[in-house]
Ligand binder design. Structure first.
Ligand SMILES: [Zn+2]
Ligand SMILES: [Zn+2]
Length: 300
């Protein structure tokens, strides 16, 4: 971190990269909104004039960020501003701002429209030659951008080629406090993340219904004495032993209690060791679950 003459400090590399990322996000967001507005529009207006729309959006964003505050939207969020490196008192000069627009908005537009512009010239031999030059220029730009980025990673300073050409750097307006990363917090986050990953893996392997039945049986032990079937009272017939509601398609398992077809079958399927939740009568096999038969008691 190099301190300038008037106390400004060059921004951290990570902050500069974050700011660039945020700027991209903002541009994408505005473009998504624009696309939504023209969603039901039949014509291919947006695709035909895509380079112009991109340039226009960038210009609007530039007008309300760099032109006014010497900082892009991403930089404002991270409290960074563009400043001249040669000890100048102002942040960005008016000339630098306009050149910045020209390079950042004009060049990409020219690149996107170059083929159309060359075709407009309608000169046979020149067309191929210009195409070749443009390709060469594009490759050179790509290589220069890569070299610049590698230099940025190694030495810091200029993130983009435009910044290097104009001699502007991202800077903190005031001296920054010491950046302290709380490792305690990070460890907690990592542990919690690991734990939730483990839960996602392990939970499907656990038979929840079986665990629930076992725990319920353990906490509320049932009376194991089985009463004869004739003692089935009115209450036993009108409520399901599992859900407590009026039994739908009533089934019995050999004790005085009745169950809904769905309740008893789904429970037995999930937990073959299921017993009657009310009297602990065990179910030996699937055939023991039978539809309720009415038994007419002789009046005495
Ligand atoms: Zn039920
Ligand atoms: Zn029972």
């Amino acid at each position: 971190m190099a301190e300038n003459v008037d106390g400004r400090v060059t921004a951290l590399r990570v902050s500069q990269l974050d700011a660039a990322e945020l700027d991209q996000e903002v541009l994408q967001l505005t473009k998504t909104h624009l696309n939504k507005i023209f969603k039901y529009h039949q014509s291919s207006f947006l695709t035909t004039y895509d380079p112009e729309i991109n340039a226009l959006l960038k210009f609007v964003l530039w007008k309300f960020s760099i032109h006014q505050w010497d900082a892009s939207i991403g930089q404002q969020i991270l409290n960074i501003r563009y400043g001249g490196t040669k000890g100048s008192q102002t942040w960005m000069s008016s000339r630098q701002k306009w050149l910045y627009t020209l390079l950042l908005i004009g060049c990409p537009w020219l690149r996107d429209r170059s083929h159309d512009l060359v075709r407009l010239l309608r000169i046979e031999n020149l067309e191929d030659r210009i195409e070749k030059y443009l390709q060469w220029a594009e490759t050179t730009m790509k290589v220069a951008t890569l070299v610049n980025f590698l230099m940025f990673l190694r030495l810091g300073g200029y993130l983009s080629l435009v910044e290097r050409i104009l001699g502007i750097q991202s800077m903190f307006p005031q001296r920054q406090g010491l950046r302290q990363v709380s490792f305690e917090f990070m460890t907690r986050e990592l542990l919690w993340h690991g734990f939730s990953e483990f839960l996602f893996f392990a939970l499907p392997l656990v038979n929840i219904q079986r665990v629930k039945n076992t725990v319920t049986r353990w906490i509320f032990p049932r009376q194991t004495k089985q009463r004869p079937l004739v003692e089935r009272s009115r209450h036993h017939l009108t409520s399901c032993g599992v859900c407590g509601e009026w039994p739908v398609d009533p089934q019995e398992i050999g004790c005085v209690h009745v169950f809904c077809y769905y309740c008893i079958h789904s429970n037995y399927k999930a937990d073959p060791g299921l017993t009657c939740p009310l009297c602990d009568k065990n179910i030996p096999d699937l055939d023991s679950i039978q539809p309720v038969r009415l038994r007419i008691q002789p009046q005495s």
